[in-house]
Ligand binder design. Structure first.
Ligand code: PEP
Length: 255
């Protein structure tokens, strides 16, 4: 395992928080705090915040991501946003298959796969979220669940494209609950994801993919989680909404 082959990525997932003026204020506060980061820093923000977020972070080291995208270029899909729309406003990353999308909005591995392929085709970098439910972990089927999600979500994605894809391991029971996976649990599943990628592609490809942990990561637990060999960064919900809580995680990933 060679962590030096991969750049750590810390991405905030703002979810349905922050109006455009609040987004501007948060980013303005964050810019000086993370300007010397030795990791990639991303803010994934609601659609209506994208334009102001991109304008505010121009010329800084903060990249902007969206929280979803549709797979069609255009058409009768009320409420959806296409990859072309995101590209035109300057978005670089897009979160796909978040457990909240799967749980509340009927997202399936099939639609995650379609969205992932559309994002890659448009030159966006997907952050594909996978993770088991609590009862799946209790039934000792975490690896089956994760392998299935990885295989289906990345179906027909080339080795070249998978290297541009970030995988976020987010145990559903740890998201927004204050319950964090232990660093050993996170490492175990992130290593399993890498082994699954090696089987599906090859070892060199698997080593090149950034695998994040997400689930109640914060200033107190980030050092231990990010020290693990296969944990290359974090997808951060709650702690990304306050600059002073997000900055220590960026600092930990920069060590
Ligand atoms: C998330 O939404 O991806 C997430 C990890 O949330 P939180 O950090 O709040 O658990």
């Amino acid at each position: 395992m060679d962590k030096s082959k991969r750049k750590a990525i810390i991405a905030g997932n703002w979810k349905m928080n922050k109006t455009p003026s609040e987004a501007k204020a948060l980013l303005e506060e964050l810019i000086p705090l993370v300007k010397d980061a030795d990791c990639e820093v991303i803010a994934c923000v609601p659609y209506v915040d994208l334009a102001v977020a991109i304008e505010t972070t121009k010329g800084t080291n903060i990249k902007i991501g969206a929280e979803n995208c549709h797979w069609a270029e255009s058409g009768a899909f009320t409420g959806e946003v296409s990859t072309g729309m995101l590209k035109e406003v300057g978005v670089e990353y897009v979160v796909l298959g978040h457990s909240e999308r799967r749980q509340y909005f009927g997202e399936t591995d099939e639609t995650v796969n379609k969205r992932t392929k559309a994002a890659l085709a448009a030159g966006l970098k997907p952050i594909v979220c996978v993770g088991e439910l609590l009862w799946e972990r209790e039934c000792d089927i975490t690896e089956e669940v994760i392998a299935r999600q990885i295989k289906l979500d990345l179906f027909d994605v080339s080795a070249e494209d998978v290297k541009k894809t970030v995988i976020a391991y987010e145990p559903v029971w740890a998201i927004g609950t204050g319950k964090t996976a232990t660093s050993d649990q996170a490492e175990e599943v992130c290593a399993f994801i890498r082994a699954t990628l090696a089987k599906l592609y090859d070892e060199e490809t698997a080593q090149a993919v950034t695998i994040q942990y997400g689930g109640s990561m914060n200033a107190d637990n980030c050092d231990e989680l990010l020290a693990k060999t296969n944990v290359d960064g974090g997808l951060i919900g709650g702690a990304s909404l306050v600059a002073a809580k997000f900055q220590p995680i960026v600092a930990a990933a920069s060590k």
